[in-house]
Ligand binder design. Sequence first.
Ligand SMILES: [Zn+2]
Length: 260
Amino acid sequence: MKHSNGCYISSFICIASLTLLFACSKGDKDLKDPAPIPNAQESMTNYLVHQGFDRQHIVFDKDRVVIDGDIIIGMNDLKQRTADWEAEQRSGVPATEQKRGPYLISNAYNNNVKFYIDPGVPPVWVTAIQGAVANWNSVNGTRLRLSIVNNLASANTRVFMGYENSNWIARAYLPASDNKPGVTVEINSKYNTLSATQQLFAITHEFGHTVGFYHTDQATGTQIPGTPLTDPNSVMNSTVLPWNGFTAGDIKATQVLYPL
Ligand SMILES: [Zn+2]
């Protein structure tokens, strides 16, 4: 969830330093082997580009990758997805594309996605989180339901505060190949004084990522059936708006992905 369009110059610095780390951690085997070191990061980037993400908006960050500013995929999960995709390429079986993440959350979780709010989350954001849960729970014709739980052990998704002097308001993990909800939502405390209505939009948007939605306004994957090609007020657009309810497209998409 972006506050405004930002620049991604820092991504190039991260990629350079991470390539160095990979090269340094390869060990003796590669020193004896004159063959080029396979560039794992390049493979993962190619996979993400194939998924429809913009190469310039892919930032490798330690054990995860951040895409379009606020969509997070864990590195282990990304490695697995890339390996699966490469195996598909080799086997000649066409890869499927969808305008959503490759993984949704299974029926074991999607009728009660449990969010835990870290004690450090200030009241303004707690209000936004409660509002976002209520927003998603107001969508009819879907089995998707969310709740807030009081202990981390029973939660699917932890919501916590971070800080970065950057233009992301909050960012969230997508569901992984285990078909569980995205594991965290991180809120940028830089935006603690954002208007309440924009905070509500932002958290509703991030919760959308945790259940598998990509960005409506970006060319990732293929269209969810029955949703419009462009939807300027969609909660899953990448730039924050004042909260004004879900669009018909948002509702349709939720009903299609998580039918009753
Ligand atoms: Zn987003």
